[in-house]
Design a protein around this ligand. Structure first.
Ligand code: HAX
Length: 440
């Protein structure tokens, strides 16, 4: 069975084909010429502490530097904001997708091509809508999202072609097709979950004349260009964060067993739903609203510091602060801080976030436990959404999931293009490891 590509993406295919050929050569050289080179020694504490600082994967889309933050294909958030084609104040999500896939800054016409392609794929199969409509609203929105994504698997081109004559070298092509399908359809799944769980169960159709963020905003129920701008900022800064975070890594591991993108990303979403990962944005807003209730709209720094100490002494972490890799204020937090400063200069909740940023790092430094006392991405996102009227905080991780679908899909396309193998690290029992230590 021959694989048909949509006419819209023939240029994208040929750009990728060219880039993949040269990257494959490099991977081949790494494997066969430099295969025995050691790049770092593994310490026992790294194994015990969740593989921190251990290089375990090759990834093309983004790099996270502890002292600099995220770079998408080498570009900082600010560089993306100034170089990628934009509408209103923020780059198109379609431009970010193109950048992650190809490593190139797209032209306006390439962005429009991507927009049209995604718009043409944005409708859901009937059974997915029926399944979502039959879910109890008491089921966490992230569980609904994970099942919604899994239900798209019947469309998987990769699954269909895997058992046909398609060569391993060409696996990335149906993977790209599936990835574009996932990225295009997940906004409608999220919108149905939102409207069913909190509103009137009526969902607008995707708007095929709008870009992805605007169409998503309309389906959620907003007619506000500043909200569409916020969605573009939100989706662009959350879409990828190197390969080791729980959602990206899970998607990659499941994909390495040659599962299709829908099964792989559904698993990744279940990881994103954990409170130490994506669910932190939900917890963060809850904590912030409690703080506001306790200290009022215009608190003193001391009142905030006292509340933070109370949270810590009750054995809880401060949501939105700290990071497994970063050692600076998260540039994704700073981008949101700037956006709030421009769009909502008199908003009490966003101003409270800014004041917390002045106070909390010092309290965490004094406590002396967190390696990074600074805010991460989640410290701001909830306050912005809340201020634009999206107040249901257990929906926030779903927004994160809509965005992360981009980085996870692009990574899987590249995993198949570079023909990465099944991932299968070794494990040792505690007794064996203790014996190894004694011998050393
Ligand atoms: N408040 C209080 N204590 C904190 C803390 C915080 N915000 N961040 C870290 N610590 C504590 C840890 O709990 C740990 O204590 P124990 O030794 O008693 O276990 C100690 O400081 C050392 O932790 P660390 O090495 O600095 O951090 P980790 O790499 O282990 O964990 C976390 C990173 C993000 C999970 C952590 O900072 C945390 O729990 N933060 C709050 C939750 C949060 O904001 N999560 C979202 C992270 C961003 C993300 O992935 N979003 O999706």
């Amino acid at each position: 069975m021959l694989f048909q590509i949509s006419r819209n993406i023939t240029e994208l295919h040929s750009i990728l084909e060219h880039k993949i050929a040269s990257r494959l050569e490099q991977v081949h050289r790494l494997k066969y010429t430099y295969g025995s080179v050691k790049i770092e020694d593994i310490k026992i504490e790294q194994i015990v502490k969740g593989m921190r600082g251990m290089t375990t994967q090759l990834t093309e889309t983004s790099m996270l530097d502890p002292e600099y933050g995220i770079r998408f294909r080498g570009l900082s958030i600010e560089e993306c904001q100034s170089k990628l084609p934009k509408k209103y104040t923020q780059p198109y999500v379609e431009a970010m997708i193109w950048l992650l896939l190809t490593g190139e800054i797209p032209s306006e016409s390439q962005v429009e091509t991507m927009r049209k392609e995604l718009a043409s794929r944005s409708f859901l199969p009937m059974h997915t809508e029926e399944m979502l409509n039959s879910m109890p609203t008491s089921l966490h929105p992230m569980s609904q999202l994970s099942m919604g994504v899994l239900s798209l698997g019947h469309r998987s081109q990769f699954d269909k072609l895997y058992n046909s004559s398609i060569k391993k070298k060409a696996y990335w092509k149906p993977m790209l097709d599936d990835g574009l399908d996932l990225i295009a359809k997940i906004p409608k799944i999220a919108a149905i979950i939102y409207r069913n769980t909190y509103k009137d169960r009526i969902v607008r159709k995707p708007d095929s004349s709008a870009d992805l963020a605007e169409s998503f905003g309309r389906m959620l129920g907003w007619d506000d260009k500043n909200f569409y701008d916020l969605l573009k900022l939100y989706i662009n800064i959350h879409c990828d964060h190197e390969a080791g975070n729980v959602s990206a890594h899970t998607t990659h591991v499941v994909g390495s067993a040659l599962c299709d993108i829908f099964k792989s990303y559904s698993a990744g979403l279940n990881g994103l739903a954990g409170p130490l990962h994506g669910l932190a944005n939900q917890e963060c807003l809850g904590w912030l609203l409690n703080l506001k209730e306790n200290v009022g709209d215009y608190p003193t720094d001391q009142a905030i510091a006292d509340y933070v100490k109370k949270t810590l002494s009750s054995g809880n972490v401060i949501p939105g602060y700290g990071h497994a890799v970063l050692r600076i204020p998260d540039p994704r937090f700073i981008a949101q801080l700037k956006f709030a400063g421009q769009m909502l200069p008199n908003n009490a909740l966003c101003n409270l976030v800014a004041q917390c940023y002045k106070v909390i790092p010092q309290v965490l430094k004094e406590q002396g436990k967190a390696k990074n006392p600074f805010p991460n991405v989640d410290a701001h996102s909830g306050a912005l959404m809340y201020s634009f009227g999206l107040v249901e905080n257990d929906f926030y991780t779903v927004l994160f999931g809509v965005s992360r679908a981009i980085g996870c899909s692009v990574n899987l396309v590249w995993d198949r293009a570079l023909m990465f193998p099944l991932e299968r690290p070794d494990g040792l029992t505690i007794t064996t490891m203790s014996e190894v230590c004694k011998k050393k």
